[in-house]
Design a protein around this ligand. Structure first.
Ligand SMILES: Nc1ncnc2c1ncn2[C@@H]1O[C@H](COP(=O)(O)OP(=O)(O)O)[C@@H](O)[C@H]1O
Ligand SMILES: [Mg+2]
Length: 286
């Protein structure tokens, strides 16, 4: 039954690109519940993009190599279906917004994505309108995608994917090419999608945002899962993160520094208000 399956289940996943010596992914096991947002972090080359592409079948169906293990989306074996079929269930947003846009107007851009799904013509308009509304681009229908800001372009890329009504949204470093305003715009969209119950995976280097917006965090390094759990738990393992050349959110790092300097044991948190309270109490005892 679909009911007792998770949204995403990955079992014993190994993947090796052709003509490489080492596997890009090594014995990956994790699952994502419906309605959860998972953040994936890790150094460059860790295998984050490869892992994300295994979840919609792009790896190994389009980008080939040796895959061992199983990936299920909504209880369906990803490698028994094809990528086009999967795109109805898993939407994928990439790093560079311009590369994902090809049409003359914003509304054509959104229509383009659903064009191949066989959506009846009378439903198209409603779907486009709804998708643009979800990313705050209502009123931009006739604009050229190229004339939009980076943040708007990325929101348009998200709208194009949302119009296909996916259950799961995967975003691979969607904000790394954007200015701070654009980053905020994309995270605002993620937040409202989460409130509507979307299941998602976001890959990002910004640990503050990952801690704030994600239910769980998966830390990947050299193709292996190093940590997997709620943000507070993962980001409390600061020394382990440092060993992996990574870091926790600034506020968590600050508490850690305090502990080191004053030989204290203040509980680490990723939440700014909570951390301030912890610190305030701890200061009284110095
Ligand atoms: N098409 C490819 N062919 C061969 N090796 C690749 C290919 N794509 C990625 N890799 C290698 O696989 C590893 C993981 O890459 P990637 O998934 O892109 O990591 P990340 O997204 O964490 O930076 C890296 O060592 C990278 O060089
Ligand atoms: Mg990548």
């Amino acid at each position: 039954m679909l009911n007792n399956r998770k949204a995403i289940e990955v079992y014993g996943l190994n993947f090796q690109y052709p003509d490489t010596k080492e596997s890009a992914l090594k014995d990956i096991n994790f699952s994502v519940d419906y309605g959860e947002i998972l953040g994936i972090i890790g150094p460059t080359g860790a295998g984050k993009s490869t892992l994300a592409m295994c979840i919609n079948g792009l790896v190994p169906q389009v980008i080939q190599g040796d895959l061992v293990g199983e990936v299920f989306v909504k209880g369906m074996d990803v490698n028994e279906g094809n990528v086009a079929k999967m795109s109805e269930h898993v939407g994928f947003v990439f790093q560079e917004p311009e590369n994902q846009l090809s049409q003359m107007t914003v509304e054509e851009e959104v229509a383009f994505g659903i064009g191949n799904l066989g959506v009846p013509r009378e439903q198209m308009e409603g779907r486009i309108k709804d998708a643009l509304k979800q990313v705050g681009l209502t009123g931009f229908e006739k604009r050229s995608p190229l004339a939009l800001s980076g943040g708007q372009q990325q929101r348009l890329a998200i709208a194009s994917v949302l119009a296909m009504n996916p259950t799961i949204l995967i975003m691979d470093e969607p904000t790394s090419m954007l200015d701070p305003k654009g980053k905020n715009e994309v995270y605002d969209v993620l937040k409202s999608l989460k409130e509507r119950g979307m299941t998602g995976i976001i890959i990002d280097h910004e640990v503050e945002r990952i801690a704030e917006y994600c239910d769980k965090v998966l830390v990947l390094s050299e193709g292996q899962i190093q940590m997997f759990g709620p943000p507070n738990e993962v980001f409390s393992k600061i020394e382990h993160l440092h060993q992996l050349t990574m870091h926790a959110p600034q506020v968590t790092e600050c508490l850690h520094q305090f502990n080191e300097q004053f030989n204290k044991d203040v509980k680490l948190s990723t939440n700014v208000e909570e951390s301030a309270r912890f610190l305030e109490n701890a200061y009284k005892s110095i």
